[in-house]
Design a protein around this ligand. Structure first.
Ligand SMILES: [Zn+2]
Length: 342
């Protein structure tokens, strides 16, 4: 038996720490002993609402996991004792998107922690194509915090339209995992980064990570301040996971021909489109979610080379998962909240 966080009904009171059977590894799968797993906004959404996620309860939660291989097929290239991190999308491998290497668009994606047993557990079994080996020196807590926020950030910055050195990026609402990841990765790529937050403390933390300007959106007019900081030009790229509340400022902060990437809509998903601004200023707006296996490989290589180290906000033991959710729900975190199993 093993301990696992099981969602049995929607809402805060529907999440339980249970003793459940250790997953049975099927051929083609790897059994991983989980060391750490990041907590993400999607977990909170799934716990409390879950609309649009096609799954049935009960469900072991957790869309991330890093740990040590316990058992794998001989021909998997993975050996027991090896450190590894899970690519949480059990992609089909045969649809047109998978064949093109674009796994986040897979038509038959099965996400760990949403459609399959998740990482908030002592063990997890996933297809071996989703198990990415790590160097022996890898920090498993860091690794457990990487593949949701940092891989999402990677694809937003370097996926469809690659960020170039010297460009200016505006990261909206710095503090959340994806926003902090975008700040770090954009800095590492030689870009100038501006941020917004409602908290002066978070703006200071962002400055320590290399942000060259911050706007407190509770006190200041965001677009006006961003234009001041860019000699009236506007930024090349806006990263917005907030949605309705920030959308107008995000569009107004872009330079002519600039681009906006959205990966979330926590404040609402139907802001005014402002189409006149979009076509006259020839803006590009596109969506992004997750990242591909190849993007994961690139990210892991940058981490292994010491390019970036994920910002860990706080660690919680599995038994304290409700408190971890509370911290995420109150938006108190800066960086990643991580749940450790051991
Ligand atoms: Zn597919």
């Amino acid at each position: 038996m093993m301990k696992a966080a099981v969602l049995e009904a929607r809402g805060r009171d529907g999440l339980f720490l249970r003793d459940v059977a250790v997953p049975t590894r099927r051929p083609g799968e790897v059994l991983l002993k989980v060391h750490a797993a990041g907590l993400n906004r999607v977990d909170l959404y799934m716990r409390d609402n879950g609309q649009g996620i096609t799954h049935s309860l009960p469900q072991i939660m957790g869309v991330e996991a890093a740990g040590v291989v316990v058992d794998a097929d001989d021909d998997s290239g993975l050996r027991p004792g090896q450190k590894a991190v899970v690519y949480s999308n059990a992609f089909c491998g045969v649809c047109r998107y998978c064949v093109a290497g674009d796994q986040p668009l897979c038509r038959r994606a099965q996400i760990m922690g949403e459609h399959r047993d998740g990482g908030f557990a002592e063990y997890v079994a996933m297809p071996s194509r989703c198990i990415l080996p790590l160097p022996d020196a890898a920090d498993l807590v860091d690794a457990g915090a990487l593949l949701a926020a940092y891989n999402t950030a990677w694809r937003m910055l370097f996926g469809k339209r690659a960020l170039r050195p010297g460009e200016t990026v505006l990261v909206v609402g710095v503090g959340g995992g994806v926003a902090v990841a975008c700040l770090q990765l954009a800095r590492n790529a030689g870009a100038r980064v501006l941020v917004t937050s409602s908290s002066d403390e978070k703006l200071e933390r962002a400055a320590e990570l290399g942000a060259s300007g911050g706007v407190n959106y509770r006190r200041e007019k965001v677009a006006r301040r961003i234009l001041e900081m860019t000699d009236g030009e506007g930024v090349d790229l806006v990263i917005d996971s907030s949605g309705a509340a920030s959308w107008d400022d995000s569009l107004r902060s872009l330079r002519r021909g600039g681009r906006l990437v959205t990966c979330g809509a926590t404040t609402g998903s139907n802001p005014p489109a402002d189409l006149q601004r979009v076509f006259i200023r020839q803006l590009e707006i596109y969506g992004s979610t997750g990242g591909s296996i190849e993007e994961c490989r690139q990210l892991l290589a940058v981490v292994a080379a010491g390019g970036i180290k994920p910002v860990i906000d706080r660690r919680f033991a599995l038994a304290d998962l409700p408190a971890a959710f509370d911290r995420l729900e109150r938006g108190e975190q800066f960086g990643k909240i991580v749940v450790t199993m051991t």
